[in-house]
Write a protein that binds this ligand. Structure first.
Ligand SMILES: [Zn+2]
Length: 226
């Protein structure tokens, strides 16, 4: 009986608020998801390659993984999460990253955290897309997440138009942490990892606080060895 009522409510909800794919607008059956199977199948996976040796700035980072290459629709998805508050989409990406990068394949991770908001604009926006990604990832990996581990003390303009060295300078002294992280192995999440300047700045701070190991994780990367 309860199932029948739930099913009726679901059908009514589908009629009133149809759950359509954010890319192609076709109906998505799983109400937790915002992406249909067909659109997701076009994402280009990196196949779990640890690309630490190709990262331009890797201080403090022990290993780095990106789920997909930043090609095609994933760029629009990241834009949507960043600029149009879409927590469900962020969580879904987190769950999908966890499937691309199974925790069993990694060395032990004790805690997940996010790169703090990266510009005055995003601070004004008031939410951090990476926190939603953290949430989805934490759910599937079954690892705790703590989003206030790092604090941004220097707000900077977007890194997109900067050269690699300028990105690094831009990130110097940008983060701090007052936490004591007693020998924990931590995964830091960002939406995109390009040169590693941002995530490396975060990693160095957490290592100085006592972290034993840092794993960088991102949704996507423009290419390895950028
Ligand atoms: Zn679709």
């Amino acid at each position: 009986m309860v199932h029948a009522i739930q099913s009726v409510f679901r059908e009514i909800k589908d009629i009133v608020y149809p759950n359509n794919c954010v890319i192609c607008n076709k109906y998505v059956e799983d109400s937790r998801n915002c992406l249909c199977k067909r659109c997701f199948s076009k994402f280009e996976p990196t196949w779990l390659e640890d690309w630490i040796n190709k990262l331009r700035f890797s201080s403090g980072i022990d290993e780095v993984y990106s789920a997909w290459y930043a090609t095609g629709a994933i760029n629009d998805i990241i834009h949507n999460i960043k600029y149009h508050n879409q927590p469900r989409l962020g969580e879904e990406l987190g769950r999908r990253i966890a499937n691309e990068i199974p925790i069993d394949e990694l060395e032990k991770i004790d805690l997940i955290t996010a790169v703090p908001l990266n510009s005055v604009r995003s601070r004004e926006r008031g939410y951090n897309q990476s926190e939603w990604i953290c949430k989805g990832l934490a759910e599937v990996w079954n690892v705790s997440y703590q989003t206030d581990l790092l604090k941004r003390v220097k707000y900077t303009n977007t890194q997109t138009d900067l050269l690699a060295n300028e990105r690094k300078q831009n990130m110097e002294n940008a983060f701090t942490s007052t936490n004591s992280i007693d020998s924990l192995s931590i995964a830091i999440i960002d939406d995109v990892i390009t040169t590693g300047a941002t995530i490396s700045a975060c990693a160095v701070v957490l290592k100085n606080c006592g972290a034993s190991k840092i794993t960088g994780v991102s949704c996507c990367t423009p290419q390895f060895g950028y």
